[in-house]
Design a protein around this ligand. Structure first.
Ligand code: PEP
Ligand code: MG
Length: 324
């Protein structure tokens, strides 16, 4: 089977009824192995910048970060690379920047930290923009957005970084800027977000955790953590539909996108870009090449009528079996 999947990897991720999907990869470290996939993907849908920060002894400086980002951008150019600003807090702690809180996932995380430390964010933004000079394939993604003010504040810093670099003699293009949809509050603010940014990226991992009030890393409640919970699927459907109505491209970069059944559901909902860990690509591509878009929309319809995660999982398993 795996040989067969491997054989298919240079073929397009298009359904039998000609619906084209864009498959992207999530990266953090080790750019070279993933870069070998360049001809098979649409780019990097999520570069988690906190990953390289986790193996240094202090915040990497502007030069060091520029080198790191240039490496990512040039490895995939001209394909787009979506760089997410530092998403620390929650479970991702930097040894040199300890955060101690009773409820880390509800606390100082993602953009909340970087807006409180604009000096950290500015170094990162300047490095990203500098790294993109001459390549222009950078897109910037803001994590853990809850409130419109956060977006406005971050946009101001991005503009300031662009102006600074221009004044220093290195004019840079304004990259496309997006927000993560992963805090449930964003579900109700899509129009306001759409007026400010160029794209949405749905983080199904955190969206699941926050919609269901289940810590994504707590084994005691792991049974309850399920992106196929009817509430999560219904939220995802709504995000796909409303983003399309608003004319904002929306992709999904959480684990659900790397699961073949999950990917088919997301395709049927109307998401046409999925970003996943590289090892998930072959099975997701194979599923897309075997199942029509029409069947995927049908699958979504059937699934959204079911009332429990168990019923949904059972139904998905049956359909996937038929489609093998
Ligand atoms: C997510 O929350 O779904 C996501 C992609 O980001 P992370 O897993 O890094 O929180
Ligand atoms: Mg997240």
């Amino acid at each position: 089977l795996s040989e067969m999947l491997e054989h298919e990897q240079d073929l397009p991720s298009t359904t039998p009824d000609n619906h084209e999907m864009v498959l992207m990869v999530n990266t953090g470290l080790a750019v070279d192995t993933v870069a070998s996939l360049k001809s098979r993907i649409g780019g990097v849908g999520l570069y988690r910048t906190e990953v390289p920060f986790m193996i240094t002894e202090r915040f990497p400086g502007e030069q060091e970060q520029t080198r790191l980002y240039r490496d990512q951008l040039s490895s995939f150019a001209p394909l787009p690379v979506v760089m997410r600003t530092l998403d620390i807090g929650g479970d991702k702690d930097l040894p040199y920047f300890p955060i101690e809180e009773a409820n880390p996932f509800l606390g100082w995380r993602g953009i909340r930290v970087t807006l409180d430390h604009p000096e950290v964010l500015m170094v990162q933004l300047r490095a990203m923009l500098k790294a993109s000079q001459g390549l222009n394939n950078l897109q910037i993604l803001l994590p853990m957005v809850t409130t419109i003010d956060e977006v406005d504040d971050a946009l101001k810093l991005i503009d300031r970084a662009i102006i600074e670099l221009g004044e220093e003699g290195g004019a840079v293009e304004r990259p496309r800027i997006g927000v993560m949809l992963e805090v449930p509050a964003t579900l109700y603010q899509l129009a306001a977000l759409a007026r400010r940014v160029d794209f949405f990226s749905v983080g199904s991992n955190d969206l699941t955790q926050y919609l269901l009030a289940v810590d994504r890393n707590n084994p005691r409640v792991a049974d309850l953590y399920d992106s196929c919970h009817p509430a999560v699927l219904s939220a995802l459907q709504r995000l796909a539909t409303e983003s399309a109505q608003l004319g904002v491209p929306a992709s999904v970069c959480g684990e659900l996108a790397g699961d073949p059944a999950g990917a088919l559901l997301l395709m049927g909902m109307g998401f046409d870009t999925l970003s996943m860990n590289a090892p998930s690509l072959p099975r997701v591509r194979a599923a897309i090449r075997r199942v029509t878009y029409q069947a995927a929309t049908q699958l979504v319809e059937e699934t959204l009528m079911l009332e429990s995660p168990t019923a949904i999982r059972r139904h998905l398993a049956e359909r996937m079996q038929e489609w093998q």
